[in-house]
Design a protein. Structure first.
Length: 287
């Protein structure tokens, strides 16, 4: 997709952090924006940003829980009624759920999977028919994480599992749509200056109480100040601009953090070594 001018972009988790960074980058290209977000305070802040930067008349804030399929459908209908056919679908909403995977309860798993994976699924099932209907160049961008590509880290198991599924789903979607006018990309960021440390504020009561281990980690995260930015921490607008480039060039992967290449090699080397060992054992057994 080369021209974003006048194109409707629907961005979940679009009122802060990476979502707002993508929105600002698209706004600079002339796109019209539907910013769907669960937090009303973030939606109000995003409206202020849009007004200050001169795209307030092209911004539609929508409160949305991405796990609510009926509400998601209604939000897409509202956006298209306001701005015309959907051209860019950004499945960005997610929660940084942290805790030891060995202690995760059903409530922990359900929340992490419903938002981080099923939220993307809901966007694809409801949004793809709209992108196909008009036959114009279009784009899908799913936000995953660098987590599936690097060695396992403490407390990230539920989060990484969901994000790994997003990566694989996006890879297969790109294969399915390779001959269509719809480009497909997956964003795999490391540290970005966002509100991800406040994720526990978004945990719905419908999931029941988190496990004790996850509650402890969430309480610690909420009590802590936002991490001090370092050169490793990317600005959300910078990430958004990388996403624009990827959508223009139909790049599948968007990696804002090349600094993590060495530890990515480490994980893949371990996988290759295990496969090589298996191959040697099979050869030795004659099977």
């Amino acid at each position: 997709m080369q021209d974003f001018n006048g194109a409707l972009a629907f961005i979940t988790g679009g009122a802060s952090g990476i979502g707002l960074g993508i929105a600002r980058a698209l706004a600079a290209e002339g796109a019209v924006l539907a910013l769907a977000d669960l937090r009303e305070d973030h939606l109000a802040q995003a409206e202020g940003v849009a007004d200050a930067e001169g795209w307030g008349d092209r911004c539609l804030p929508l409160r949305l829980d991405v796990t609510d399929r009926a509400a998601y459908l209604a939000a897409l209908d509202t956006a298209e009624a306001r701005f015309g056919p959907l051209r860019v679908l950004v499945n960005n909403a997610g929660v940084g759920i942290n805790g030891p995977i060995a202690e995760a309860s059903f409530a922990d798993w359900d929340w992490g999977i419903d938002v981080n994976l099923k939220g993307v699924i809901n966007g694809l099932v409801l949004g793809l028919p709209r992108l196909r209907a008009h036959g114009q160049p279009a784009a899908v961008l799913n936000t995953a994480s660098l987590a599936p590509f690097i060695p396992a880290r403490p407390l990230r198991g539920v989060y990484a599992a969901a994000k790994a599924a997003v990566v694989l789903a996006t890879e297969h979607l790109a294969l399915d749509l390779a001959d269509s006018p719809i480009g497909v990309s997956v964003l795999c960021p490391g540290p970005v200056t966002t509100n991800i440390h406040q994720a526990a504020l978004l945990r719905s009561d419908t999931y029941g109480e988190a496990s004790a281990a996850f509650r402890a980690v969430e309480a610690e995260s909420l009590a802590a100040a936002a991490p001090e930015p370092t050169p490793l921490w990317r600005d959300p607008l910078e990430v958004g601009e990388l996403c624009i480039k990827a959508m223009r060039e139909r790049r599948l992967y968007v990696f804002p953090h090349p600094e993590f290449l060495p530890i990515t090699h480490k994980r893949h080397a371990a996988i290759e070594a295990a496969l090589e060992e298996a191959a040697q054992e099979r050869a030795a057994s004659g099977n």
